[in-house]
Design a protein around this ligand. Sequence first.
Ligand SMILES: [Zn+2]
Length: 189
Amino acid sequence: MSDFRFCPQCATPLVAREALEDGGPKTRLRCPACGYTHWNNPTPVLAAIVELDGKVLLARNAAWAQRMFALITGFMEAGETPEEGICREVAEETGLVVERLALVGVHDFQRMNQLIVTYHAVCRGEVRLSPELAEYRLFDPAQVRCWRAGTGLALADWLRSRGITPQFLDDLPARDIQSAPHKDLDHER
Ligand SMILES: [Zn+2]
């Protein structure tokens, strides 16, 4: 459930209230004053499996305690296509230029109420990390390990498409499964 408390239109406290929708009666946070409904739809997140010189670039967020490396991710913005958005994120976060882009897949990430659209981005250039990323590493594709959620599932699909059987990290505590949207941590929102 969302932690929204007030109506964004009129600032009245929201209440959980049942109403008849197309799919039948449904309880959601609604505004008793102006009728606003907080739909709480998943947020689209863009992710890139960045390939540089045949290796996969994974980066570690500066805010993460664990030494976990993840795909490049970011929120889709208003007024851009997903393809434009992921090229922008790759440029902002790594300084690299995307030369070729191919859709890997679309995965839910329900823990964060996100929908993740993942691309394979063949890139060129010199890596210059944004301050929010602490470090990066280049891995042989067969070397990477995937978590079983969000971008990890996308990475596994991509590995399979290249004839590589994905290996999963299953022994980590749930709180460390940073299935990438590094903005999970809210410091940018
Ligand atoms: Zn309202």
